[in-house]
Design a protein around this ligand. Structure first.
Ligand code: GLU
Ligand code: MG
Length: 462
């Protein structure tokens, strides 16, 4: 009897222990995504159960390098990579984002990654690395930090509520649950939400991020877009950031506001003693961007559908031009209305209007910084400002102002990039060739499609 009791107790203890063990192994099903921005601006990802993330922080997860040759449509562009080559997608600890505002879905939990070789070196085709290199070069040359913020224009597809008029309260209140979720989620993600508003187009909205220094500006853009997509998804909408939903519709831009910070935290783009209050370094930067913009469109407006948006007469810029306040200029000075000189100095900034969200924010900002830096290195003079739509000028007037057209197709943009050795020099030969190969494949895919079909295909995936 005693023996029986001891055995029974033994069983009890054993089964309790094993249950306890089992329960520590129980998973709530939460997946942590390791995610990275590729050439086509997609956030590709791999996931691990939450309880395994710690063990993945140092070396991340492997990823076949050939994956970088993917177009947005599951086609693989010709590429130099075989089946053996891998990079490590290594999570960057301070990009951890975990949003748990939904009762009917697990938290949205992810890290942005650096792509590293197996030796722990930065991979020369990593888009994040491209921007980090640009920031380092800018800092080394100027001693300044780069501050930037994106404006995100997008449309809510599958919105069952018939749209109201542009910019109205009704348009806003029709999607009040969505904007509430976005606001809560971006607050939890701590990525500097600035404004949430209706835009000009049907079902079009705009959310702007607050400026951030260095790499964080790109991270904020990426996280903000993915959070917007997720909030839309949960409510049965689809948020699309595609540059054009339909050929004659309103475009979605991804304008970038930026300025520079000196060591004391002052705005180094501002100088009230200079023309238009733009410091000498800002003037040179503007000149560099204006000169290289036709070529860097291949990085900032990098899809066939980008060229259905880019163009004059609808504030999406058709020319490489500079203006003060002018929304038809591709790069413009945005003065502050603040009467307080200190606050006005702080708020003064520049805006690049060409980019759209088919581009990786890392490539947009990297190209912008490198183009501007070139202007600084060469002491280029500030271009003459234009205060009308450059498309309304004559050819002669544009020539006098040094205004060149932006490319009218991705193929033209790639040719212009190929003819610009400065731009090519920012990328390793492998990055340049593989990037161009992906983009040429995208052109081939779109070749026989009508503009409407191109819009529809891109709206489905961006
Ligand atoms: N939607 C326009 C674009 O495609 C911009 C309108 C605006 O200035 O906000 O860039
Ligand atoms: Mg806008």
């Amino acid at each position: 009897m005693l023996r029986y009791l001891v055995t029974a107790i033994g069983h009890l203890v054993f089964s309790e222990v094993s249950q306890a063990l089992r329960s520590t192994k129980m998973s709530d099903g939460e997946i942590v995504l390791l995610t990275w921005s590729d050439y086509v601006g997609f956030m590709r990802c791999r996931g691990v159960p939450r309880d395994q993330i710690e063990s993945r922080m140092a070396y991340g997860l492997g990823w076949a390098v050939a994956g970088q040759a993917q177009t947005p449509f599951a086609d693989l562009a010709p590429n130099p990579w075989g089946p053996m080559l891998e990079v490590r997608q290594v999570p960057v600890p301070n990009t951890k984002t975990r949003i748990d505002i939904w009762e009917d879905a697990p938290p949205f939990h992810f890290y942005l990654c650096d792509s590293k070789t197996n030796d722990g070196e930065n991979w020369d085709c990593c888009t994040r690395g491209f921007y980090k290199n640009a920031l380092a070069a800018f800092k080394a040359e100027t001693g300044l930090d780069f501050l930037a913020a994106f404006e995100h224009e997008f449309m809510l597809l599958d919105d069952p509520i018939s749209p109201a008029q542009s910019f109205t309260i009704e348009t806003m209140r029709n999607v009040a649950k969505f904007t509430q979720d976005v606001t809560k989620a971006l607050h939890q993600a701590d990525v500097g939400l600035e404004t949430v508003e209706p835009e000009f187009g049907v079902h079009q909205y705009e959310i702007t991020s607050a400026p951030a220094v260095g790499i964080e500006a790109a991270e904020r853009a990426i996280i903000t877009r993915e959070v917007i997509r997720e909030c839309a998804r949960r409510l049965g909408y689809r948020a699309t950031f595609t540059p054009k939903v339909e050929p004659d519709g309103i475009g979605n831009g991804a304008h970038v506001h930026f300025s520079f910070l000196d060591g004391a935290g002052n705005n180094a783009t501002y100088d009230p003693k200079q023309p238009h209050n733009a410091s000498v370094v800002a003037q040179q930067f503007i000149a560099g961007v204006t000169r290289h913009l036709p070529a860097i469109c291949a990085l900032t407006s990098p899809s066939p559908v980008s060229y259905l948006r880019l163009g004059p007469h609808h504030w999406a810029c058709g020319y490489a031009s500079f203006g003060v306040q002018n929304r038809e200029a591709s790069i413009r000075i945005c003065p502050s209305p603040d009467q307080d000189p200190k606050r006005a100095a702080k708020a003064f900034n520049l805006e690049l209007r060409a980019p759209d969200a088919t581009a990786s924010p890392y490539l947009v900002l990297g190209a912008l910084v490198m183009a501007g830096l070139q202007g600084i290195k060469e002491n280029l003079p500030l271009p003459k400002p234009v205060d009308v739509d450059p498309a309304d000028l004559t050819d002669v007037q544009r020539q006098e102002l040094g205004i060149k057209p932006l490319p009218s197709s991705l193929a033209e943009a790639l040719d212009l990039m190929d003819a610009d050795p400065v731009v090519k020099s920012w990328m390793s030969p492998t990055m340049y060739e593989s990037y161009v190969s992906v983009k040429r494949t995208e052109i081939a895919i779109a070749k026989d499609l009508s503009d409407a079909e191109i819009c529809a295909r891109y709206a489905r995936v961006y």
